[in-house]
Design a protein around this ligand. Structure first.
Ligand SMILES: [Zn+2]
Length: 272
């Protein structure tokens, strides 16, 4: 049975060179939007003006400036004009580096926005940063910089065991879950994925599709969990072919998926 909510509509707003700020339409309140990771206020305000919608809440996955930088200006704007004048909820992980938070959510906690008809499960996914979270609900996953299509975030604050466990948690979500990532990195990620698994037919097919989408100026996202399990080497560390490739790169035997993950992550960091 599908876990997709046909009433959930999400649209991308581009920011900076390759960020996506996702705008979720409130199923119960047409005209109200929830912004995920608004690193820049200007493109969000432009979209609100264009569509005549208002912002009703902000969800944050982690503390990096390209994900939270637009929050203060959006709050100023909401205080002047929005429906929750002066009280726009800003929901994200417990982290002193996020000073605009009004509500912290923790692993396995439900993040409910009942007035808007939205409800997400909070998933702790440490690795890119220690306090990184993802929001999962309505058949959609908002995963910030933890999981990218055909890749994953850099491991700035966590260790390979931790980040591999975080990605495994996301891999175990229903296959039709739509994956809304924080950046458009898919084409470059696929070049690396195919260096790891040159004969992965699913990745080769996907590369053609992503090239067509990007040439047409379309986002490659959202992806799905099912597609990622077929094309994303970072979700395939327990596959013999991926482990073999990592061992050849490392020049030694690797003890298990977490070591394979650590090797792939370091390999990708230097990959051009
Ligand atoms: Zn980040």
């Amino acid at each position: 049975m599908s876990n997709l909510d046909p009433h959930l509509h999400v649209r991308p707003v581009r920011a900076f060179a390759d960020n996506y700020i996702w705008l979720i339409e409130a199923p119960k309140r047409p005209g109200l939007l929830v912004a995920v990771d608004p690193g820049d206020a200007a493109p969000v305000l432009a979209e609100l003006a264009r569509s005549g919608a208002s912002l009703a809440a902000i969800l944050l996955t982690h503390h990096h400036p390209d994900h939270i930088g637009g929050v203060p200006e959006l709050l100023r704007h909401a205080a002047l004009r929005g429906p929750n004048a002066g009280a726009l909820p800003v929901i994200g992980p417990e982290d002193a580096r996020i000073t605009t938070l009004t509500r912290a959510v923790h692993d396995a906690e439900r993040c409910e926005l009942p007035d808007l008809g939205l409800s997400f499960e909070t998933l702790a996914v440490p690795g890119h940063t220690v306090s990184h979270i993802a929001f999962y609900g309505h058949g959609a996953l908002f995963c910030g910089d933890t999981l990218f299509s055909a890749g994953c975030g850099r491991m700035f604050e966590g260790n390979p065991t931790q980040m591999n466990a975080s990605l495994t948690k996301l891999r175990n979500l229903p296959p039709d879950t739509r994956v809304y990532c924080g950046h458009e990195y898919t084409a470059a990620n696929l070049r690396f994925a195919l260096a790891v698994e040159p004969a992965n037919d699913a990745a080769l097919d996907y590369q053609g599709e992503v090239e067509r989408l990007r040439a047409a100026g379309e986002p490659s996202l959202p992806s799905t969990v099912g597609l990622e399990t077929r094309v994303n080497p970072f979700l395939r560390c327990d596959q013999a072919g991926v482990a073999k490739s990592a061992e050849i790169h490392a020049g030694k035997r690797l003890a298990g998926p977490a070591e394979v993950f650590g090797t792939l992550r370091a390999w990708k960091d230097g990959f051009r």
